[in-house]
Design a protein around this ligand. Sequence first.
Ligand code: ZN
Length: 277
Amino acid sequence: MKIATYEQNGVAHIGIVRGETIVDTGFAGSMIDLIARWDELRPAFDALDDRGAAPLAAVTLTAPIARPGKIFAIGLNYADHIAESKMETPQRQVWFTKAQTSINGPFAPILIAKNTFTADYEVELVAVIGKRGKHIPAAQAHEHVFGYCVGNDVTERMWQHAGPQWSLGKSFDTHAPIGPWITTADEVDPHSLDLRCLVNGELRQSSNTRHLVFDLWQQIEHLSAAMTLEPGDLIFTGTPGGIGAAMDPRQFLKPGDVVRCEIDGLGAIEGVMEAEA
Ligand code: ZN
């Protein structure tokens, strides 16, 4: 099932995407409420008929989770990206956070902040936590994932590398576009997905999630050793090679650039870069 949040005539809804249409669920809570009550709600969602379906093109899709409790992202998790970053393959997982306020809609403009010049893209598979848990063994980790979406871990490189800790450079407003919807976990093998990023139609990143250094289950085991994972928490699972900062000469995003991130089976998100007012 593909579950989206959207606005129509200024009103927010949660809907089921079927082909090129969207069916309003009538669910009045947030996506995080929905995820927390999923076992109870799913039968009614499965039974929704297509009466009243709207064309997808007639609605504005919004970030499926507007304010996740936590956003964690793993660094250096594809071999080709480690090589282009001139780093060693890490022995332990390298994590940073992205601020809740960096969440952005799947087709909303992405802002280049004032006095910054090194905005860059990173296409990533994003896992959405379903069932809360702590000390989750890798073998059980799949039971704790509600679904998946496409993410762009937009990064301000100069700020990222200004100190030993990356979170500020990863947390600028609008720098976590996600969507276009959440595909439930029963329909996805997270470790066999082709993903790519295009800038103005030019292919920059192209890989498959089978190349993750630490797979999603190891990631969940590691994070949940430190903290309780809760419904709606997001995990950005790493980016493959091809970032602008590693190109020769380096290419950073400029106002007007169109950044498209795609994952087969999960859809595509696309944002235009805009100078912050
Ligand atoms: Zn990343």
